[in-house]
Design a protein around this ligand. Structure first.
Ligand code: MN
Length: 407
């Protein structure tokens, strides 16, 4: 009989008024790693110092933990019992100090839908899309941990059929269901990281909610891409799933036509079969599958460094909205409601085009574990607070009237 293999998601937790520190989730407990492994690298408020040690040390720590958890030696059993805390008693924190944040656009279904919605009458995919993983640099400082309230942003927008430009709270607040990959080991400036070197640099994956104000985005994104329609907040799940726990979920990627250029081609390409579920106020809305993604996480990493840009510990990149095959797998309300024109009906009769104040969005995911069980990503969630107003926030001056005619 082989010993059980634990997925061992890494996170940063605190108890009461105690200082945050690193732990792994084991069932319904958190194991306090600095104490259990007697290693001060885990007595930190982020995972970064541990991640910076690199892949050999990541695997060594996992091996030590598997041994600790499978041991029947009474002293070791006592040690692990002493340093475990019920998960219900801990508070989870942002697991990493985010260095740079990049977000991609790598689902063929999502990119095609977004093109049809934002540029009706045109070819949905731009000519570059099948040649490189399109992406943009986001805002690292506004990445927050699951559970952080999301305030509806203000911003400029213009209806397509009107010349008037408004500065108002967004009326098209949306989410994008994504995975995020976390770079542990950096790379020097001027070097490139190949597709095959993915596991030498990336530590693990999280769930990622890319909050998106579609009305702000539609007006601002030409010609330099997403900016304030995205940068107000991005939420990630507190538990980082190490790539080593996802080997059972590796699958052959979808075929790419035309074949990618040599620097975006690996010798043994793989993606991940990860099943996600999107819920609004507790109701299941869709179930995107990550295996449908056109560009793989390894190709995204290789592309990001293909000009010699360096990687740093704590870099986070989002895969882009995961929309698979049909409406049952769409990963944004823009697609699910076709830009609000076909609202979805919730049990109880409520309808939604885009998100309303008070709404709670939750995404969960699982994948096949190497031992045949399931790896649980836990969940990422956020609830919508009303936009700032001069009534509730006297310091906020939106310079109304917020309207001007453009020439
Ligand atoms: Mn996105």
């Amino acid at each position: 009989m082989t010993a059980p293999s634990y997925p061992l998601p890494f996170g940063v937790f605190s108890v009461g008024a105690g200082r945050p520190r690193v732990g792994v989730a084991v069932g319904d407990h958190v194991l306090d790693l600095a104490a259990a492994l007697d290693d001060p690298v885990f007595d930190n408020t982020t995972l970064n110092p541990f991640l910076a040690r690199g892949p050999r040390e990541w695997l060594a720590a996992r091996a030590a933990l598997q041994a600790l958890l499978n041991s029947t030696d009474s002293e070791i059993v006592a040690r692990r019992e002493r340093h475990r805390i019920p998960i219900a008693d801990v508070r989870m924190h942002l697991p990493i100090d985010v260095a740079d944040f990049v977000d991609f656009f790598s689902s063929l279904e999502h990119a095609s839908n977004a093109g049809r919605i934002l540029r009706p009458g045109e070819e949905p995919l731009k000519p570059n899309w099948r040649h490189l993983p399109v992406g943009y640099h986001g805002r690292a400082g506004t990445v927050v941990v699951s559970g952080t309230p999301i305030r509806r942003p203000w911003g400029q927008s213009k209806a397509p059929d009107s010349g008037a430009v408004h500065y108002t709270p967004s009326s098209k607040l949306d989410i994008e269901v994504e995975l995020g990959f976390i770079v542990g080991a950096g790379s020097p400036l001027g070097a490139t990281v190949g597709v095959d070197e993915f596991k030498q640099h990336v530590f693990g994956a999280v769930l990622l909610l890319d909050w998106s104000a579609r009305d702000i985005q539609a007006w601002e994104y030409v010609p330099l891409g997403p900016f304030l329609g995205k940068s107000f907040a991005t939420t990630i799940s507190p538990w980082v799933i190490p790539l080593d726990a996802l080997t059972g979920a590796e699958v052959t990627p979808v075929p790419q036509d035309p074949p990618p250029q040599p620097h975006l081609t690996g010798t043994a390409p793989f993606s991940y079969d990860i099943g996600l579920e999107l819920r609004l106020n507790g109701h299941l809305i869709s179930a995107p599958g990550f295996a449908s993604m056109y560009w793989t996480p390894a190709q995204q990493l290789a592309h990001m460094t293909s000009n010699g840009a360096s990687l740093r510990t704590g870099d986070l990149y989002g895969t882009g909205t995961i929309s698979s095959w049909d409406k049952a797998g769409y990963g944004s309300f823009m697609e699910l409601t076709w830009n609000g024109q076909q609202p979805i009906r919730l049990p109880g009769g409520d309808e939604r085009g885009y998100l309303e104040d008070g709404d709670v969005v939750t995404v969960s995911a699982t994948a096949l574990a190497p031992d045949g069980g399931r790896v649980d990503f836990g969940q990422v969630s956020g609830h919508i607070l009303p936009a700032r107003s001069t009534d509730t926030d006297p310091g906020f001056a939106p310079s109304l009237p917020a309207e001007q005619e453009s020439a």
